[in-house]
Ligand binder design. Structure first.
Ligand code: GLN
Length: 480
């Protein structure tokens, strides 16, 4: 069976006429249909995708394919695609259609990619397990009783189970890297400003980033280059596109900082710990520098993250008021009730919890104790991180303390759920890129990832190093 595993392979097959784009799309549509029980997709754009396949076939016949012609990509249900529904997996936006296309999605389309559908996620991207979706949870393809990780669970499982070549997700505190680790695929969160957020439904605007799930680093590099770069609709974007990586062989010796206090965290699974230690000692033997380093404030990261993101969310989500757009309660008898009932009925429990928390930490009398303090903590983390990157090329550590947990295990304990993000929120607090690379399977049969972080705007270097690690440690990602 041809699994259409790598973009360059698909493009070669199309060029040489070994198969056509319609067959590629049909292959994915069949998988999506067969694996519908995983609940990864909330909508499949079948007819459109088949029509677009004809255009791609014509491009190949005429000898003018584009850089992503041949790529079939799914998008998380928080990304706008004009005239298509976008719901953030919330009842609040169940019937809402996008009136414009997100810049990142537009870049993909302009480069020849086919968008195959909308992918399930936690409501408004709030969650770590994809159990907070109005469409129900996403199942891990390796063990359907276990979670996919969140919030971009659908995006991770779609790639894990070969339902598309790659997918876009969003990462505010780990929502790409965590599900990538739980599902055994590559998950890249670019640094803040590298990819336009225009057309991404906002959760916490100073943290949110659009990123990529895929099985091959070269696919990741191509897609990132296409979606990155300046955008006049997002003033936080930087001026340059991510550089092309023509050759993935590592010619340099790198300096790695292994985050000691993450490695010694009491909840870190011993198998994950020893696998990462093994990677580090092998890297040392092959001439790289690997030092144990201490990243202060680790224990303050999750609290600071949840104070700041809930504060931003409480403001961002104020627009869903039953008036401007989205769900409106039909029980309301006056204006006040329109707001109250629409929001009470339209939002799920976790979203409501965060709006209340965020409103609380911003309220007079508590602002200084919580919000302001958390901003100060964020600055300290940022400064320390910057200082570390003057000594090291990469920071290295685990993505999560364990493998995918079972469904329901943490749903009644929000603090335990929030602590799942302990190693991932750092990159978002500091605005730097981070990638989750699969390290194979645990003896419990589930995959887990290694996290590599670089200084801001060094995604090209990060991907080059990731490619080197995958080669050296023979990391192969199979379709589950
Ligand atoms: N689990 C984190 C949260 O719920 C991260 C979510 C995300 O990155 N979108 O906030």
């Amino acid at each position: 069976m041809n699994n259409y595993e790598r973009l360059s392979g698909i493009q070669e097959g199309l060029r040489k006429g070994r198969f056509n784009m319609k067959q590629v799309v049909e292959h994915y549509l069949k998988r999506i249909d067969k694996l519908a029980y995983l609940n990864a997709f909330v909508e499949v754009f079948s007819q459109e995708a088949l029509q677009q396949a004809e255009e791609i076939d014509a491009q190949y016949r005429q000898g003018n394919p584009k850089i992503l012609s041949g790529a079939v990509i799914g998008i998380k249900d928080v990304l706008c695609y004009k005239n298509h529904k976008v719901s953030a997996a919330s009842k609040m936006l169940e019937t809402f259609s996008a009136v414009y296309t997100a810049t990142a999605v537009q870049h993909l389309i302009d480069a020849g990619a086919i968008i195959i559908g909308r992918l399930n996620c936690d409501e408004f991207a709030m969650g770590s397990s994809n159990e907070n979706s109005a469409y129900g949870p996403v199942h891990n393809a390796l063990d359907t009783k276990r979670v996919s990780g969140g919030s971009s669970g659908g995006s991770a499982v779609a790639v894990q189970a070969g339902m598309c070549l790659a997918s876009l997700g969003s990462d505010t505190g780990g929502s790409i890297r965590l599900p990538a680790s739980f599902c055994g695929v590559i998950g890249l969160k670019p640094g803040y400003g590298s990819v336009s957020r225009y057309g991404l439904l906002a959760y916490a605007s100073s943290f949110d980033q659009i990123g990529i799930f895929c099985r091959q680093i070269d696919d990741c590099a191509k897609i990132l280059r296409v979606i990155s770069g300046p955008d006049e609709n997002d003033s936080t974007t930087i001026k340059k596109k991510i550089a092309e990586i023509p050759d993935f062989t590592i010619k340099k010796k790198y300096r790695f900082g292994l985050i000691d206090n993450c490695m010694n965290a009491k909840d870190l699974d011993p198998e994950i710990k020893s696998r990462i230690e093994h990677i580090c000692s092998t890297l040392k033997k092959s001439g790289h520098q690997v030092d144990n380093i201490h990243m202060p404030y680790l224990d303050s990261m999750v609290p600071a993250y949840y104070i700041l993101t809930t504060a931003e969310a409480s403001s961002n989500l104020a627009r869903y008021d039953g008036v401007h757009f989205g769900y409106r309660s039909d029980k309301a008898k006056n204006m006040d009730e329109v707001y109250k009932l629409s929001r009470t009925e339209g939002f799920g429990d976790e979203v409501k919890r965060r709006i209340m928390l965020g409103t609380f930490v911003l309220s007079a009398g508590y602002y200084d104790a919580y919000y302001k303090k958390a901003q100060q903590v964020r600055r300290l983390i940022s400064d320390k991180t910057k200082a570390l990157f003057s000594q090291y090329d990469f920071l290295i550590g685990p993505v999560a303390s364990g493998t995918a947990f079972t469904m329901g295990e943490k749903t009644d304990d929000p603090i335990a759920m929030y602590l799942t993000d302990i190693f991932t929120v750092h990159a978002n607090l500091a605005g730097i890129p981070g990638i989750s690379l699969p390290l194979g399977k645990h003896s419990n049969g589930m995959p887990f990832g290694l996290q590599l972080m670089s200084a801001a705007y060094q995604e090209d270097k990060l991907l080059l190093c990731a490619a080197g690690l995958m080669q050296q440690f023979q990391i192969k990602i199979t379709v589950e």
